[in-house]
Design a protein around this ligand. Sequence first.
Ligand code: NAD
Length: 250
Amino acid sequence: MTKLSGKAAIVTGSSKGIGRAIALRLAKDGADVAVNYLGDDQAAQHTLEAIHATGVKAIAVKADVSTGAGVTELFERALAAFGRIDLVVANAGIEKVNIPVIDVTEEDLDQLLRVNTKGPFLVMQAAARHLADGGRIINISSSSTVRPQPGLGLYGTSKSAPNYLAEVLALELGPRRITVNSLQPGPVDGAGIFTDVDDAEPYKKALRDSVPLGRLATPADVADVTAFLAGEESFFITGQRILMNGASSN
Ligand code: NAD
């Protein structure tokens, strides 16, 4: 018996990157997992196979969680497969960084507010409606919401509102013993922009040099803290914004 056996989890945006590491970690701890993703069927399939290998139940749900219809489909499919939902990780997000505020287009603004702000709102709202008593909501936020930097105006703005929502939900859901927290990682190697950009190394080095611990965070680091917040031991931590940036200035 592992610490999350008998529990069922939804991890949004978990075909790759940080979400994938979280989905795998929750599965290793014994939870059944719904892997949500937007477009990459092959990546989702690989994640699903890796989760099945741990022996838990898992489903993949292709659904755009920046829309109400996508969120409804995800929760209905998870409930149909597992019969309950105990853990919801609002992870899906888009990173658009290094854009001075004067260069942000209305199109970019609409996209990031839809995916990074409206999406987590809808996901956490659905979690509030469907979670079993004693459940957990974990909002994957970003250190950019507390470490303003030039070029992060758009991204940091879009990631900030869900932190507030999580604090309000911690108050509203406390009587049901549901905890709600935001995790704020610094730059994570092996995820998001660090996998998309060909010439990421100079940018990575500058960020790495700013971390007293001597390296960037990994998806597994974020998954470890998420697993702690998902477990029984963290029960008295709720309504918190947890910064995990290795004491970096970023
Ligand atoms: P990623 O690009 O590697 O993966 C993103 C995942 O989200 C993919 O599975 C994608 O399919 C999914 N996704 C995107 N939009 C979606 C939508 N509308 N509906 C459903 N799924 C959707 O990203 P990542 O770097 O792993 O980032 C995950 C989260 O962590 C994001 O919220 C991001 O803001 C946050 N974060 C990332 C870093 C970093 O350095 N990578 C640092 C701090 C916080």
